[in-house]
Design a protein around this ligand. Structure first.
Ligand code: ARG
Length: 408
């Protein structure tokens, strides 16, 4: 049952201030309605008489986690030809389950970067209207891509005439597909700037869309006031996308110093899914991932982790992006320990999934940290995540906008 208190007080052993990286001991958080009304140490303010008090002993409070690269309508057990056999209505329903798994594991906000048939928009709205339990979704609708590219459907032979609905060739077609996505409710644009691992017949290193097409895409999105996420593994695609002015580069596997400097100069965010490789190479074959994709993953995974380390050391702006949907939803947080292993401090990894993501989404006035006036998206973990980052895989409490979603 959902517990909705007008006035709620959370009492915890500690709270993490993600801006300073400081742990604040013995915290009280006063929630009124959907917002954080006041935060203080015990004794600093008096608990209102009508407040419902929840004791979270042994727990550390953090802002709700944010994953900037998910596919809620994708089932990780189905890849390749297995996924092709699944209908759009079935994908829509799987999204309902995956949304619940995501929020119950501490992720209160996600950016969904590509879904068939606007299933992500329907899911976003059903959650926002209170009909379903799930994270707040920023949805990209259908991903744009070139004919035969990573964002097209390439599994069937020519006579089936299968083509992804947001395939676009040429600047004006690109603009049209951006406009179509906005028409049907997208609040972000996702496109494929290079080949990918999991698509048939594409080269991870090869650029997709010309500079002219990417410029048109980003210009059109800017006109509509929305951000752009570019899928890009290969170097030329990454650089072309950064030059075009995308908000974030996804995967960003093959970075060189020039690409890193370009991202620094332009303020481009990187969203690097460095856990996915373990699932693809471990479970992928069983799930139907094609042998050619497994071969591509063997080339990409290690390089991406090196690139991640280089980008972190250079100080590029990083957000947390998991590509859940390729691997099981609810396991998003497994990536934190890899982010620390490959070069981040624990607080940097947490900032990527909180304040940096909120800032990239231009929601930093509402989301991303525990501060007075922000939405009461709050999670708790049993201990100090700065000492043991893997505690983020053990989220015990979740509140979204002051509503209890999960308790131990
Ligand atoms: N969706 C991505 C693609 O197909 C997944 C890449 C996963 N691999 C990785 N090393 N991050 O390209």
């Amino acid at each position: 049952a959902v517990l909705q208190a007008q006035t709620l007080v959370l009492k915890a052993d500690a709270m993490l201030d993600v801006n300073s990286g400081q742990l604040i001991a013995n915290t009280l958080v006063l929630i009124k309605g959907n917002r954080i009304h006041q935060i203080g140490s015990q004794g600093e303010f008096s608990v209102p008489a009508d407040a419902k008090v929840i004791e979270l002993s042994g727990q550390t409070l953090l802002p709700g986690l944010m994953d900037m690269h998910v596919h809620l309508n994708s089932d990780a057990r189905l890849h390749g030809y297995k996924r092709l056999a699944q209908s759009l209505p079935r994908k829509t329903l799987t999204g309902v389950t995956n949304a619940r798994k995501t929020i119950e594991n501490g992720f209160t906000t996600v950016r969904n970067v590509g879904a068939p048939g606007y299933a992500d928009i329907a899911l976003r709205d059903a959650i926002a209207e209170g009909e379903l339990t799930g994270p707040r979704i920023f949805a990209a609708g259908m991903s744009l891509g070139i004919t035969g590219g990573h964002c097209d459907n390439n599994l069937l032979p020519y006579e089936y005439k299968d083509k992804a609905a947001a395939v676009a060739d040429g600047p004006w077609q690109v603009r049209e597909k951006v406009r179509m996505n906005v028409k049907y409710g997208a609040d972000w644009i996702k496109f494929c700037a290079t080949g990918g691992v999991l698509s048939k017949g594409t080269k991870v290193g090869a650029q997709q869309f010309s500079q002219q097409e990417m410029d048109a895409l980003v210009d059109e999105a800017n006109l509509r006031g929305i951000g752009v996420a570019a899928h890009a593994h290969g170097l030329n695609g990454i650089k072309t996308a950064i030059r075009a002015g995308v908000t974030s580069v996804e995967h960003a596997s093959f970075l060189d110093d020039e690409a890193i400097n370009m991202a620094l100069e332009k303020g481009t965010y990187l969203s690097m899914d460095i856990y996915t490789t373990e699932y693809i190479l471990g479970e992928g074959e069983k799930a139907g991932i094609l042998e050619e994709s497994l071969a591509k993953e063997r080339l990409v995974g290690g390089k991406q982790r090196q690139s991640f380390r280089n980008a972190v050391n250079a100080g590029v702006k990083m957000v947390f992006g998991s590509d859940a949907g390729v691997y099981p939803h609810g396991h998003n947080a497994r990536q934190f320990s890899r982010m620390v292993k490959y070069g981040m401090t624990p607080i940097q990894a947490i900032q990527a999934a909180t304040i940096n993501s909120a800032t990239m989404l231009r929601q930093q006035d509402k989301l991303g940290s525990l501060e007075q006036g922000k939405l009461a998206d709050i999670i708790a973990v049993p201990g100090n995540p700065l000492k043991d980052i893997a505690l983020l895989e053990k989220v015990s409490w979740v509140f979204k906008e002051g509503v209890l979603i999960k308790s131990p």
